[in-house]
Design a protein around this ligand. Structure first.
Ligand code: P5A
Length: 450
């Protein structure tokens, strides 16, 4: 993309309404625009990162064997009357009437709708196990929408639902989700720690939240510091293996880590004092096992091997897709702006032309731009007629992890500069070497795709 032709309305001033750094930087970098409290337009660069995040979520869900689909945002109130949640959900639910005066609602979650789909089409245990998911907008009329996309009213969620014959099978689905989530967050450059939590309005008493530690997080968390040493890494795992998934769950959940809802001082006191930590965290996902809470009242049953009909065991599993952009920025920024991890960056590299209009500088930039694209990369070429300082400030603000600086002086020796946004380190090399280096850097990112 050429910056002169892009739409990236960066702000010079800090917006007053932003209380936390991710909100401020998303507004300043021209990624989002607020349309009403907790409701945002996603401007091109914000949309691009949102798509990168979604892509990783899709890939990791499908790697785990989960099946993508799409349900609508509007739901019939009658389904929610069947489960009993229409009355329970309270003011967070946006209730709507259509012209026939039928009650609809903008879905805050989809347990009822997916259970309805399941009961309409599945009737035998032979069709199990089954896990369906979608990535769709949700609406929760939060009392205090704030912090930008972090606590929105309209927000994008990946929500998945497993259907199993037995509790044991459903717990395997739970573990499979835990493993796939660890992998998902790591690909985004995040450490998200699974912590024992509370079921809330979704239900069930077996649930983990995934938390990214950050001072601005809304949850108070308590954990054994050893847990922050764990990484999932590049390991391959057989998602059908009960033992393999169980052992990852044990590895990542055997140390104390709980949100304030389930925190227990007496158990926490057993952790050696020097390892006890209290901190704040951003909840970027949550997984639930709730058994037959929805299948029983809604009649989602299958004929089992013995010929008897039984309600299926279910769980649901959510990732806060739009919230993740805020969480990534909270975890990765400096005083100049965002620092995107390579896995989610909107553009792989920025090209800064120091002397726009100079024939040889322009043509070197054009050649670099074309070659990077030919090599499968997505460059952003700052071809505006601007001062070098302004171009650098924009690049630093929008946070592309790599920058190639091209100027007449370097070009006289066939040199450009490759700079890391994270470390600030610059290396001089030929344009060809810069391309080779970037390919090496991004190869593991491309290889991680499913
Ligand atoms: C699991 C999937 C559920 O709704 N039903 C379907 C279950 N879980 S949850 O924990 O309530 O939400 C899942 C994730 O969505 C994000 N989230 C939000 N993101 C932005 N703004 C909000 N107001 C908001 N509310 C929830 C969180 O990341 C949460 O973990």
């Amino acid at each position: 993309m050429r910056l002169s032709r892009y739409f990236m309305p960066v702000l010079k001033e800090d917006p007053k309404e932003a209380q936390i750094v991710s909100h401020r930087l998303m507004l300043r970098a021209g990624m989002i625009k607020q349309q009403a409290a907790g409701i945002y337009s996603w401007l091109p660069m914000g949309f691009k990162v949102l798509n990168r995040v979604q892509q990783i979520v899709h890939e990791e869900q499908q790697r785990a064997g989960h099946i993508p689909m799409l349900m609508p945002t509007l739901q019939s109130a009658d389904l929610w009357r069947e489960s009993g949640r229409y009355d329970d959900y309270g003011d967070e639910m946006l209730r709507i009437k259509d012209r026939q005066k039928r009650d609809l609602l903008y879905g805050p979650t989809n347990e009822e709708m997916i259970t309805d789909i399941f009961r309409s089409h599945v009737s035998s245990y032979k069709d199990l196990p089954l896990t369906l998911y979608h990535i769709q907008w949700k609406f929760r009329d939060e009392m205090r929408p704030r912090f930008g996309v972090m606590r929105g009213r309209e927000f994008l969620m990946k929500d998945g639902y497993n259907f199993d014959l037995t509790k044991e099978d459903a717990l395997h689905a739970y573990n499979r989700h835990l493993v796939s989530y660890l992998r998902t967050y790591e690909r985004m450059g995040l450490q998200a720690i699974p912590m024992r939590a509370d079921g809330g309005p979704i239900g069930g008493d077996y649930t983990h939240e995934f938390l990214v530690l950050a001072e601005t997080g809304e949850s108070e968390v308590f954990y054994d510091s050893q847990i922050t040493d764990l990484t999932f890494g590049a390991r391959e795992i057989d998602y059908d293996s009960v033992e393999a998934c169980q052992s990852v769950l044990e590895e990542f959940t055997s140390r104390y880590a709980r949100t304030d809802e389930t925190h227990d001082e007496a158990i926490f006191a057993e952790v050696p004092e020097e390892r006890r930590r209290t901190a704040r965290g951003i909840e970027v996902g949550q997984i639930f096992y709730f058994g037959t809470k929805y299948s029983e009242p809604m009649g989602a049953t299958v004929v089992g091997p013995d010929g008897n009909r039984v309600p299926v065991h279910m769980g649901s599993h959510g990732i806060g897709v739009s919230r993740l952009l805020g969480a990534i920025i909270e975890a990765s920024h400096d005083d100049k702006g965002i620092i995107w991890p390579e896995g989610v960056t909107p553009f792989h590299v920025g090209i800064v032309n120091l002397k726009q209009g100079d024939v040889s500088t322009d043509s070197a930039c054009e050649a670099l731009y074309a070659e990077l694209k030919a090599q499968g990369m997505d460059p952003l070429y700052d071809d505006r007629d601007e001062r070098a300082g302004a171009k650098f400030a924009t690049m630093d603000l929008i946070g592309l992890p790599w920058r190639i600086t091209v100027g007449p002086r370097g070009l006289a020796n066939n040199k450009v500069e490759l700079t890391s946004r994270r470390t600030g380190e610059s290396l001089e090399m030929s344009p060809q070497e810069a391309i080779v280096r970037l390919k090496e850097i991004y190869q593991p990112i491309f290889d991680a795709a499913f």
